[in-house]
Design a protein around this ligand. Structure first.
Ligand code: KIV
Ligand code: ZN
Length: 441
């Protein structure tokens, strides 16, 4: 990643905010197969889950939440097939979700029988709305649910000594929960699990519904980071949703506030407006010179697989992966990109106007960078001819050609294809060579 040493407005040796930039990648956990899946119109089949699981492994996830096996027979069968058919690489840990109910926890362990290592993810809801209106319990009643669940998780794990277990607890609706109560309930669970630095537990703090600006969520994370017990023996995780469109920003600020792990999905599928988009957050890190520890060099395969498994389209302007995000139509942008690309080889880091990353790093091409319509200028037309046909046009020819192309684009009111540009070029300079002097050049 040495190409990425972008100019940063905060001088790191003289900055006022010591935690103003993320210095290394968090641990990632994909929840595509659980939170992503539960939000789909048609939940994934075992085959689709299988295909997506393979992609997640290929991309480099080491922790993958594969389902809620006590709540869904498909999830149960999928977990069994992963284990029985030896599909989980040794360095990958699967994670499964369960509510804090004895029968569900029992069924969860049945699903996991024989697995080498796994995270058992226990949750119950903690906000005042959930306590008072949904569960009709006081705070102690909610703590009791969590503590009894934690005890069952610990007790039943002892029955499967061949597996390396990690326990995770999420106070669901954390973002709407009083921070003092969130500390109290997490501490009560941790007191049952008694994690150690060698056997840490995971505390996962979700913005189940995103309800504030990201700085407020980060303040909540910082408060937890500073106040809950067993801090050296707990991996602090966040799980953000995108209701206000800020899930990535909230996770990034949460890292600056002390979180070490981030849960999300590839391209952001998930409940309502979705989960945090791991591709966007990882590429944000990458573009700042930080190894995201995920291999995103083939985004076209990622997009195709996600679309096939979720049956949801990916927007053409989706950050880093959309069909149009490495494309410039406007003349001034095309001209600047063209000029920067001409001298990029002289630079020891990526330094191209309007292109935050090198498109080839995610498996996209330079050829799609510049496309031509009536907004385009001479630089764009010249770029296309050079990239595709290897023609280096002198400036006078660029000007003349772009005038003809622009006129044609205005006439049809649409994009002009590369073939069409080539046709205009040959018509203008070869077939009608005698008429060149008619151009104002
Ligand atoms: O969004 C959420 O709160 C969840 C929990 C179960 C972690 O998905
Ligand atoms: Zn969620």
């Amino acid at each position: 990643h040495k190409k990425y040493r972008p100019y940063h407005p905060i001088n790191k040796t003289d900055r006022r905010w010591p935690n103003a930039t993320i210095e290394h990648s968090p641990k990632w956990c994909s929840v595509d197969l659980r939170d992503g899946n539960q939000a789909l119109i048609d939940p994934m089949t075992v085959d689709q889950k299988d295909r997506l699981f393979s992609l997640l492994v290929e991309v480099g996830f080491k922790e993958i939440e594969v389902g809620f096996p006590a709540a869904s027979q498909t999830d149960f069968d999928f977990v069994r097939s992963l284990i029985e058919q030896n599909k989980i690489p040794d360095d990958v840990t699967i994670q499964v979700l369960t509510q804090a109910r004895h029968d569900l926890i029992e069924r969860t362990y049945e699903a996991l029988k024989g697995v080498k290592q796994a995270v058992v993810h226990l949750y119950n809801s903690t906000s005042p709305t959930q306590r008072e209106k949904v569960f009709k319990l006081d705070k102690q009643g909610i703590v009791d649910i969590a503590v009894n669940g934690a005890k069952t998780v610990k007790a039943l794990a002892a029955g499967y000594p061949e597996t390396h277990w990690t326990f995770q607890y999420s106070p669901e609706s954390f973002s709407a929960t009083e921070p003092e109560f969130a500390v109290e309930i997490c501490n009560a669970v941790l007191a049952v699990w008694q994690p150690t630095p060698e056997q840490p537990a995971i505390i996962n703090l979700p913005s189940t519904v995103e309800m504030t600006t990201p700085n407020v969520f980060a303040d909540q994370i910082e408060y937890m980071h500073e106040n809950f017990a067993y801090r050296d023996s707990v991996i602090l995780s966040v799980h953000t949703h995108n209701d206000r469109g800020c899930a990535v920003a909230a996770a990034e600020l949460a890292i600056l506030a002390g979180a070490q792990r981030v849960e999300g999905t590839l391209l952001g599928n998930g409940e309502r407006t979705g989960n945090m988009d791991i591709v966007t957050m990882a590429m944000n890190l990458y573009s700042q010179g930080i190894d995201p520890t995920l291999d995103l060099s083939g985004v076209s395969k990622i997009v195709q697989t996600i679309q096939d498994c979720t049956q949801l389209p990916v927007h053409p302007r989706h950050p880093y992966v959309g069909e149009l995000v490495y494309t410039a139509f406007s003349g001034s942008h095309q001209d600047a990109i063209n000029k920067c690309l001409q001298v990029q080889h002289e630079s020891d880091h990526w330094d191209v106007a309007y292109l935050p990353i090198d498109p080839t790093d995610v498996g996209r091409s330079y050829q799609e960078v510049v496309r031509i319509n009536s907004q385009s200028g001479k630089g764009g037309v010249a770029f296309v001819l050079e990239q595709i046909y290897g023609f280096k046009l002198p400036r006078w020819m660029q000007i003349a050609l772009s005038k003809v192309v622009q006129k044609r684009a205005e006439g049809v009111g649409k994009e002009i294809s590369v073939d069409e540009i080539y046709r205009v070029f040959t018509e203008t300079f070869i077939h009608s060579a005698g008429k060149i002097l008619n151009y104002d050049i």
